[in-house]
Design a protein around this ligand. Structure first.
Ligand code: PCA
Length: 189
């Protein structure tokens, strides 16, 4: 049996609800496709999110990590191709911090590519009635990109045999549909 660490986020900025919160909580402890799921809600804070994530990775030693977040301005489900070593947003994080023109890690690599099977996940999601997925080539420069970058950096630096990446979820999709979407993604692992 493999271990899948699944993360989501709670509300932030003007988003009073974050669909990834309910979704991720509902998958905690399930076993799908021979993966035991451990789920956790990360704080929408640049600093704390990565510290919490580090602790989770150390504690659970996962084989796969899927991080989920809300993209309030998108219409499709968007697995992310790449994370970049940058933080820049007008939006405060939930600790009130604004980051602009900042590096996540001043001495780190410029970018990390997702190591999740994005193509297969997109194909599987698009087989589901009424849901649409496409590849995104930017995870933004706010907290989600920070989490994706740090997650890939840590797992590769620690030489963990662990695949990870990020999927952004648009608003206004029913939880039942999101459940099907996430199940379809996990079936590609
Ligand atoms: N979305 C934000 C951070 C938390 C979330 O769910 C983002 O896209 O960076």
């Amino acid at each position: 049996m493999k271990t899948l660490l699944l993360t989501g986020f709670g509300p932030f900025a003007e988003n009073t609800e974050n669909p990834t919160e309910t979704l991720v909580k509902n998958f905690d402890n399930l076993v799908i496709n021979n993966h035991k799921i451990i789920s956790h809600i990360l704080p929408v804070e640049y600093e704390k999110s990565i510290h919490v994530l580090d602790g989770l990775i150390e504690r659970t030693n996962p084989d796969v990590i899927i991080n989920l977040g809300l993209a309030s301005n998108r219409e499709e489900i968007t697995p992310e191709l790449i994370s970049i070593n940058y933080q820049h947003s007008e939006t405060k994080d939930n600790a009130g911090v604004i980051k602009k023109f900042s590096k996540i890690n001043p001495s780190g690599k410029e970018s990390f590519f997702s190591t999740l099977p994005n193509k297969e996940m997109i194909e599987n999601i698009n087989l589901i009635n009424g849901t649409k997925a496409k590849l995104s080539s930017t995870a933004g420069t706010y907290v989600c990109n920070t989490v994706m970058y740090h997650c890939l950096k840590k797992t590769q630096q620690d030489k963990r045999n662990c695949r990870s990446g990020f999927i952004h979820i648009p608003p206004n999709i029913a939880q039942e549909d999101l459940t099907q979407v996430l199940t379809a993604c996990i079936k590609t692992l």
